[in-house]
Design a binder for this molecule. Structure first.
Ligand SMILES: C[S@@+](CC[C@H](N)C(=O)[O-])C[C@H]1O[C@@H](n2cnc3c(N)ncnc32)[C@H](O)[C@@H]1O
Length: 226
């Protein structure tokens, strides 16, 4: 049960069956200005503002014609893309089901499945100029395991981006613990003219989440060490 006046801080009364952790999550959700804004502006997730803020800083969206959205659910980033670029082809993938989004092709499958990359590109109809990944592994509560699982997703997303991006294209990915590890950053620097890390204001301060923005894809002729 929650109590609170309009605009004030909402406190959650601990229900008997709710754990302290889920009560904290609910209280934070109810008082989060980005959650309120997302609701008011019709975005499915507060994550929409992370992409919006990254775009304000790095101009990642402008001019894109084909966009891939890895870890699309529930669809906030895809909504941002479609509002900014109504004519762009957008294809997304997630383990979870996603309610349809006008003009977006969505696959419910594991991006790590060998068949996924070809399906995404077939559906997109050509090389993407923007590959986004907000994928996060389900955490198991063991920090090293969680970091490794998430880094495996970042690595797979980067490999994919380097295989499919059009020359000059952009890769944006969620990374953890202050950034991608040094081997991944080196790989990005070999393949992109600019690689920057950022923590947009909408990314919760307490979270280990960061983003890497790699722009100016050099093309597939670049020597890759993997
Ligand atoms: C933080 S959410 C994405 C939020 C989204 N950007 C938005 O704006 O609504 C991360 C998503 O990554 C998905 N994910 C994690 N691992 C995945 C995988 N191997 N293949 C596909 N999706 C994956 C999760 O199911 C989850 O929905």
């Amino acid at each position: 049960m929650s109590r609170g006046g309009s605009g004030g801080h909402t406190r959650v009364l601990t229900a008997r069956k709710r754990t302290a952790q889920s009560t904290r999550w609910l209280e934070r959700q109810l008082n989060d200005p980005y959650v309120k804004r997302a609701k008011a502006e019709g975005y499915r997730s507060r994550a929409a503002y992370k992409l919006t803020e990254l775009d304000e800083r790095f101009e990642v969206i402008k001019g894109s014609k084909r966009v891939i959205d890895l870890g699309i659910a529930p669809g906030g980033w895809a909504q941002v893309i479609k509002r900014r670029l109504p004519k762009a082809a957008v294809v997304g993938i997630d383990l979870l089901p996603v309610d349809p989004i006008d003009g977006v092709t969505i696959f419910q499958m594991d991006f790590m499945d060998d068949a996924a990359p070809a399906m995404l590109i077939d559906a997109l109809g050509g090389a993407p100029d923007l590959v986004l990944s907000d994928m996060a592994a389900n955490t198991v509560g063991h920090p090293q395991t969680d970091a490794l699982r998430t880094m495996a997703l970042v690595e797979a997303a980067l490999d994919f981006a380097c295989d499919v991006l059009a020359k000059g294209g952009t890769f944006v990915s969620k990374v953890f613990a202050g950034g991608a590890d040094s081997a991944l950053v080196a790989e990005m620097k070999r393949n992109f003219t600019s690689v920057k890390h950022a923590k947009p204001p909408a990314s919760r301060k307490g979270s280990v989440e960061w983003f890497v923005v790699a722009q100016g894809f050099k093309g597939r002729s670049v020597d890759r060490e993997r």
